[in-house]
Design a protein around this ligand. Structure first.
Ligand code: ATP
Ligand code: ATP
Ligand code: CA
Length: 218
């Protein structure tokens, strides 16, 4: 059976989630209080309805607890976002992802039982900042406060050198998880793999170690 998703709030964030889920062939119910928004998504989502999700009976009549995953993307109205989330938790929805507006909002959402809280503006800011600081950092995924996965573009310094030669694990405590070369991706490369300029190297490690390695080699 196809997974059933519901997206509440069709602003830029919720709208983009809704579109992408539909493009991936998922069943999506799009919900917003704003009729214009709902009309805009009528041809994109499987169903689109005008509804205020802070009303408990409305949520119940939509059968919201039967959905596999509900995304709350109510932006500026923090109170509505919290109230909606609380009722989804109370009705026993299995997976609830909520967009937080700020750190306090995030804290409240986690406390009341949201399964995943996302903070796209902040997270994107961090990623872009890393990207701006070093032009070799193509992408960046924060695993925790201390650990990350980064995508680095191989430059002159590492051209024609092997992982043994660079001694990345021993010297920097980082692990090369994969090497992308054109369309090919080499997962868990061997120690004698020869790097080439332009390769994309995916590395996991502590932030301080990654940045040492970046300075020396990228
Ligand atoms: P983004 O930053 O992602 O573009 P936004 O800043 O546009 O979002 P808002 O406009 O505040 O965020 O909210 C997103 C949508 O959520 C709006 O289209 C709004 O009508 C809808 N919305 C707000 N409150 C409710 C509610 N109680 N029930 C359903 N939809 C709601
Ligand atoms: P191990 O058995 O510890 O996984 P190995 O068999 O892959 O190592 P070694 O000959 O021990 O290869 O590797 C020598 C050095 O090459 C390691 O200490 C390390 O610095 C570096 N190295 C090898 N593979 C990687 C990798 N995937 N990422 C980072 N460094 C690596
Ligand atoms: Ca916004």
């Amino acid at each position: 059976m196809k997974k059933q998703f519901a997206v509440i709030g069709l602003g830029r964030f919720g709208g983009s989630i809704c579109k992408s889920l539909s493009e991936q062939g998922m069943e999506v119910l799009a919900i917003d209080t704003n009729e214009d928004k709902v009309n805009e998504f009528a041809s994109i989502a499987t169903h689109a309805v005008v509804a205020d999700t802070t009303e408990e009976n409305t949520l119940k009549s939509l059968g919201i607890r039967n959905f596999d995953h509900v995304v709350v993307a109510i932006g500026d109205n923090i109170q509505s976002s919290i109230l909606t989330t609380l009722m989804l938790v109370e009705q026993g929805v299995n997976h609830i992802t909520v967009k937080a507006q700020n750190d306090y909002h995030e804290k409240v959402l986690s406390k009341i039982g949201a399964h995943k809280v996302v903070h796209p503006e902040r997270d994107m800011g961090v990623r872009i900042a890393h990207n701006i600081v070093s032009k070799n950092v193509l992408d960046y995924l924060e695993l925790s406060d201390e650990y990350s996965i980064v995508e680095l573009e191989a430059g002159q310094t590492v051209n024609h050198r092997t992982l043994i030669d660079l001694d990345i694990r021993a010297k920097y405590g980082c692990n090369v998880m994969a090497i992308k070369r054109d369309e090919e991706i080499n997962v868990s490369p061997s120690a004698d793999e020869v790097l080439r300029q332009g390769d994309i190297i995916i590395v996991i490690g502590a932030d301080k170690d990654i940045s040492r390695m970046e300075k020396d080699l990228f």
